[in-house]
Design a protein around this ligand. Structure first.
Ligand SMILES: C[S@@+](CC[C@H](N)C(=O)[O-])C[C@H]1O[C@@H](n2cnc3c(N)ncnc32)[C@H](O)[C@@H]1O
Length: 237
């Protein structure tokens, strides 16, 4: 775990130099915020699990009382400096104790693929929620990650944990503690294998003469071809 902590510290230092919240993070965040709004919870207690530098904890704080937790002390230092009104904790969510049964909503964006015990991670998400509390989870879609092609990200060191899942895997991991209420994928991308054709610029240009681009994107998302998996689940009462 020390190795993972060092890698994430390195990532967030690099991030600080670039100061980039990219379009992908913003669109992902927008999807999650739409779901948070739809839940209409009254001043919920929200946990941003694996909050990184806290940019999204800040967004969530419009809805309720947010706490952020992350493995990287570097990221937490940035979060505390940027958003002093939000409590942040540095720690390993798999092993460190977090308030049990306390939160109304847990938001976890792009963390599940990066922990060595994914079942335990979702068990922790359930433990910290009150009965009937909600989990909003996003995690990179294995089908797309395996076919990213030219859109692949910069390589990480080999030791970096990256175990991508498909929707079936995620549902299986959620079963013991959650009822899955809603699933989708978002942001179609990838240019290898079958996605080379499906996302080809020329084909999509032609199709867009018949079908509005936004609708085409929705069709791909519904077909499970989005970069990220998005799940809304509820802890058993
Ligand atoms: C891809 S980043 C996502 C950060 C943030 N949720 C976002 O959307 O910008 C994954 C984050 O998970 C954190 N993380 C990985 N393993 C963790 C663990 N065991 N406990 C707490 N945080 C962890 C990393 O430090 C990193 O900040």
């Amino acid at each position: 775990m020390d190795e993972q902590r060092r890698l994430w510290d390195w990532h967030w230092q690099h991030w600080r130099e670039r100061r980039a919240i990219n379009a992908l993070m913003l669109r992902r965040g927008q999807r999650v915020l739409t779901i948070v709004a739809s839940l209409a919870l009254e001043r919920p207690k929200i946990l941003d699990l694996g909050c990184g530098n806290g940019w999204f904890s800040q967004e969530l704080s419009r809805f309720g009382l947010v706490t952020g937790v992350d493995l990287s002390a570097e990221a937490i230092a940035m979060a505390e400096a940027s958003y002093p009104h939000i409590p942040f904790l540095a720690g390993n969510v798999l092993t460190d104790t977090i308030l049990s049964g306390h939160f109304d909503l847990v938001v976890s964006q792009e963390v599940l693929a990066h922990v060595d015990d994914q079942a335990r991670y979702l068990e922790v998400a359930a433990e910290v929620l009150r009965p009937g509390g909600y989990l909003i989870l996003t995690t990179a879609n294995k089908f797309v990650m395996d076919r990213l092609g030219a859109s692949s990200w910069d390589p990480w060191p080999r030791e970096h944990i990256a175990r991508f899942l498909d929707m079936r895997d995620v549902k299986r991991l959620l079963i013991p503690n959650f009822r899955v209420l809603r699933t989708s994928t978002f942001l179609p991308m990838g240019s290898a294998g079958v996605l080379r054709l499906i996302n080809s610029y020329k084909l999509n240009k032609v199709l867009s003469l018949l079908i509005p681009e936004r609708y085409l994107e929705t069709l791909k998302e519904r077909a499970g071809l989005g970069y990220s998996l998005l799940v809304l689940a509820q802890k058993a009462r």
